[in-house]
Structures are given as structure tokens and as C-alpha cells.
Design a protein around this ligand. Sequence first.
Ligand SMILES: *[C@@H]1O[C@H](CO)[C@@H](O)[C@H](O)[C@H]1NC(C)=O
Ligand SMILES: *[C@@H]1O[C@H](CO)[C@@H](O)[C@H](O)[C@H]1NC(C)=O
Ligand SMILES: *[C@@H]1O[C@H](CO)[C@@H](O)[C@H](O)[C@H]1NC(C)=O
Ligand SMILES: *[C@@H]1O[C@H](CO)[C@@H](O)[C@H](O)[C@H]1NC(C)=O
Length: 381
Amino acid sequence: MELGRLIFGGLLLLWLVSGIARCAELKECVFPAIYNFGDSNSDTGGISAAFEPIRAPYGDGFFHKPAGRDSDGRLIIDFIAEKLKLPYLSAYLNSLGTEYRHGANFATGGSTIRRQNETIYEYGISPFALDMQIVQFNQFKARTNELYRQAKTPSERSKLPVPEEFAKALYTFDIGQNDLSVGFRKMNFDQLRAAMPDIVNQLASAVQNIYQQGGRAFWIHNTGPIGCLPVNLFYKHNLPVGYLDPYGCVNDQNEMAKEFNRQLKDRVIKLKTELPQAAITYVDVYSAKYGLISNAKKEGFDDGLKICCGYHVNDTHIWCGNKANVDGKEVYGGSCENLSKAISWDGVHYAEAANQWVANRILNGSLSDPTIPITQACYRH
Ligand SMILES: *[C@@H]1O[C@H](CO)[C@@H](O)[C@H](O)[C@H]1NC(C)=O
Ligand SMILES: *[C@@H]1O[C@H](CO)[C@@H](O)[C@H](O)[C@H]1NC(C)=O
Ligand SMILES: *[C@@H]1O[C@H](CO)[C@@H](O)[C@H](O)[C@H]1NC(C)=O
Ligand SMILES: *[C@@H]1O[C@H](CO)[C@@H](O)[C@H](O)[C@H]1NC(C)=O
């Protein structure tokens, strides 16, 4: 008995020590570049360049000018770039002042995974669905490779991605939220649930496409608690009991986001067997965002349903940066006093402080599968 316990204890110790040694062996990955695909949660200037510029006070809090981002400052993708000691990503669609040596950003505000048959002028859905972002990446890779080979001087080359580095880059995805919002608009919950496998499969196809071209490290965000976006409560009155959770989030919408996330996680597990050399990390952004909203006060933030920028009183909604007439007076949808306490920036998008809080939770791996920090996301588990 005693001997058994001793042996068991010894084995346990050995296992612990070897575990620690295994972890210590994992050096930090050297990611020379980031290629990102997504929607407004990670757009660093794409839709703003392709259509109308995003106006002040967007960007005021950090960049001190509009910076093509739907926030007062940095997005999670910017904190990822900082963590990996890389420059902020330029949008592929931006034709001025760009820098692609260390990656490019194909995300655009309003993007969906699946193609939508409506224009951006109707409900703000981007024409650059995920399949088109992948086509743009393919073109970017082919053209920069060609330009790199043709470059005559090191200084010409230094502005371009190094062709070999596409295989060592980190490929990040944050998309799906708008497939849900289109779904809420056009389908009932059963129809949307039935569409979910196709939506998730198309995201998986994008990953497969990049893998076939040599990409190996993938960092895939799940979708956030869409039912907690304050916009979902506009013009809603006399809600039935149980429509909202204790934090004011729409229960059914969050359930749908969780269903998307369950299926995405399963699909990612399957992808790992389909792509034998891929290191794929599934990142539970939902839990991070919901964790912030459900603990807002304790974490030093304003209520998650409070909108920092814009004028939203009763049923009058003036979006962030817009002006309108209210009872004969011109009202400007300006920003709140203390940006560092804001969770929702404009009713749809998160404020920088919230993005930073979420980034701090997800980048160390505590909400990932496998549970490895982003700095080790090049290792297959
Ligand atoms: C767009 O798609 C919806 C269903 O997703 C369909 O009902 C509608 O007819 C389509 N419209 C056009 C113009 O194709
Ligand atoms: C908003 O609605 C509340 C309750 O109906 C009312 O008391 C308040 O005056 C309204 N505020 C404005 C600015 O209209
Ligand atoms: C803004 O909020 C932060 C976090 O609660 C606080 O530390 C800071 O003092 C506040 N700033 C102002 C000007 O109130
Ligand atoms: C990751 O960071 C969060 C927030 O700072 C912390 O609560 C958590 O314990 C950290 N987890 C790990 C594995 O380091």
C-alpha cells in the first residue's frame, strides 16, 4: 500500500517535471508576418479605404485621428501585432501609405463567411465575403512573390513580404458575427441553425485553402456574444420575461452564437486531422467578452449596454460621429467622458479598453484549445 503510494507519487512527480521540461522546451515562435481575415472586429482600414472613410471621433482615443477602425483605438488584431512585436497590419484594400513586409489584413467591416446577395448600401454587408478575402490573399501572395523576384535593390525588396515567410506566418480569423446578424434578419432560428454547418464549413474551406498554399499556423477566434451588442435593443419595448439575461443580453441570439461556436470548435478539431501539419488554435473570444460584460463593474468598466459614442435616448438614435436634429436642436453623437471605462464604443463595436482587456485574456492561451499562448501557436498539439 505504502509502496504503491510512493511509486504513484514518484510517477506523478516525474510526469510533472517532464511536463514542465516539455513546456520550457517550447521556444517562442518566430512569426515574421500575420495575415488576417475577418469583419469589422479586425478591419484595420479595408472598408474605410474601399468605400467611405470612417470619421472622427473614431480613432480619437489612440491614433488621435480616424484610423480605418471601428473603435476609438486599437482592435484585438492590433494587440496581437504588438504581442508578436510586429507592426500594425495594413489593409490590403488600402492603396496609400501601406506596409506589407510583415503581413496584410484582408478583413473588412461587414464581411460574412458566406456570400450575401445584397449590397453594402442596404445593410452594410461587405462585398468581400471570406471566399473573396482568400482570393485577394492568393493574388497578394502571387503578385508580391513576383515583385520580390523582380526587385533590383535590397531596399525595393525590403518593402515586400519575403516569399519563404508565407509558410511561417500566423493566419488569423475572426469572422461569423455578420452571418448571424444576416441570419437574424432574414431567417428564423431553425433556418439559421440548419445553415450553420455550411457556414462553418466555408470557414474551414478558407483554412484548407491557405494550408494548401503552405500556411501552417492558424489562430481562429470564435464569435462573441452578439446578443450583448446594445444595438440589438434599439426600438425594443415590452420584452417578454426571459428575453434578456441578467446582463441585458438577448438570450436567443447568444444561444445562436454558442451554437456557431460549438460547431466551429468541432470543425476545427476535424480540420486538425485533415491537415496533418497544421497548428490550429481555437480561441474562445466569446467567454472573454461575456466575462467582461458580466463583470463590468468589478473590472472597472461601465455597463456593457452603455454606448460610449453616439446619442441614444429613448428611440432617438444618432450614430457615433453623426449629427441630427432633435426637437429643433442640432445634436452631435460624440463620445463619452472616460474612454478607458467603455465596453461598447458605438453600440456595435467594442471600445479599445475592452479590446485590450479581451486581448489580455486570450493571448496567454487560457481560453484557447489547445491552451497555448499565441507566442507558441506555431506548434502542433
Ligand atoms: C437573396 O437570398 C434570399 C435567401 O437567402 C432569397 O430569398 C432572395 O430571393 C435572394 N435574392 C436575390 C436577388 O437573389
Ligand atoms: C425618455 O423616456 C422617458 C420615459 O418615457 C422620459 O421620462 C424622458 O423624458 C425621455 N427622454 C427624452 C430626452 O425624451
Ligand atoms: C477613467 O477611468 C479609469 C478607470 O476606472 C480611471 O482610472 C481614471 O481615473 C478615469 N479618468 C478620469 C479622467 O476620470
Ligand atoms: C491569462 O491572463 C489572465 C488575465 O490577466 C489571467 O487571469 C490568467 O490567469 C492568465 N492565464 C495564464 C494561463 O497565464
